[in-house]
Ligand binder design. Sequence first.
Ligand code: FNR
Length: 210
Amino acid sequence: MVEFDDTFRQHLRELFVWRRDVRRFRADPLPDGAIDRLIETACLSPSVGLSQPWRFVIVDEAARRRAVIDDFKACNADALNSYAGERAARYATLKLSGLEQAPGHLAVFADKASDTGHGLGRATMPETTEYSVVAAITAMWLAARAEGIGLGWVSILHPNRIHAILDVPDTWKFIAYLCIGYPEVECDRPELEQAKWEQRRGAEEFTLQR
Ligand SMILES: Cc1cc2c(cc1C)N(C[C@H](O)[C@H](O)[C@H](O)COP(=O)(O)O)c1[nH]c(=O)[nH]c(=O)c1N2
């Protein structure tokens, strides 16, 4: 039996407060095995029916990385065009990926065809497969921060394009493209809040009582 004391709980709370979506990375490489270690921690996450549907692709090849960056640029230009006026001007100032600088690139998929877990919990809610993968990414995000490593989630991408670039099985659904590396700065506030794009709200705004 492991017991967690108040000091641990306080540190854990700090971990949640100081976890960030990181888009600005230092050039230093990650230590050997860092990404493998993060994947190992992610695999301890809950999954529907113990289906463990997460699939990870470590992207090291320069040509594939370049193709992902090109897709991001195309999607981000489309996104900018979808806004007008002041909102467009503000969007244009945002940095929404660290793909060019991050030493680590990791794509994450959900295997929709795996029979692991024998379908338990998925019959009426097949989307729980994807939820399980997101749970794993969250664990990895926190584990990375505990090692001083930053992680940035990039979703401004065409899933079909990422699928083709990485040449993965058709049954894998694209969930996330993660940039991993040491952050340039640490902060306890989201970058989008600092940039006045959106502000964080209190828990009471999201909670109903019935
Ligand atoms: C599913 C999903 C998808 C994305 C993100 C997050 C999640 C959960 N976020 C990061 C997001 O902007 C960030 O989490 C919030 O702004 C809150 O900031 P912190 O994560 O608390 O630093 C994100 N950020 C970004 O710069 N480009 C992106 O494409 C995305 N996509």
